[in-house]
Design a protein around this ligand. Sequence first.
Ligand SMILES: [Fe+2]
Ligand SMILES: [Fe+2]
Length: 176
Amino acid sequence: MSAEKSVELLEKYIENVNLRNHCYHVCACMKFYADKLGENQDVWGEAGLLHDLDWEKFPDTHPNTAVPILEEAGYGKDFIDAILGHAYPDRTDVPRESLMAKYLFACDEVTGLVHAYSLMKPGGLNDVESRGVVKKMKDKGFARNVNREDIKKGAEEIGLELQVHIQNVITAMKTV
Ligand SMILES: [Fe+2]
Ligand SMILES: [Fe+2]
């Protein structure tokens, strides 16, 4: 697979700019962690980029509808299992077993939180500090559709203290 092909797929299935941006944010975080762990940055980045591929067109069956599309495009089982894993157990029956799956889940919701927080800052992401995000997370009225429990669970699954993970996410998102 190639980065160009994954961008083509993204643009074919996702028109919403906010959703595309979310995919790029998760992609950047996945690349950051792949680099840190010595994993394949291209593969991890593409998993981030394509994890919500079918969300816009098939919200009720996401991410299961993405499977035939990804198979057709030539993506392998580990890649597809990681994508199915990000929605386990609510939407799929594929648990997160690989590192790629665990990191994908851990990078998903938290990017939404950091992005929402950055929109309140005059300097955007450059004004965002992990401590502020952790504090703001307790404000239930803020970014209400972002699932706090999933964010905490994600950090646990990759064995990182929440604030450290959030700092990594901020650093990675600045590269988008
Ligand atoms: Fe998703
Ligand atoms: Fe997502």
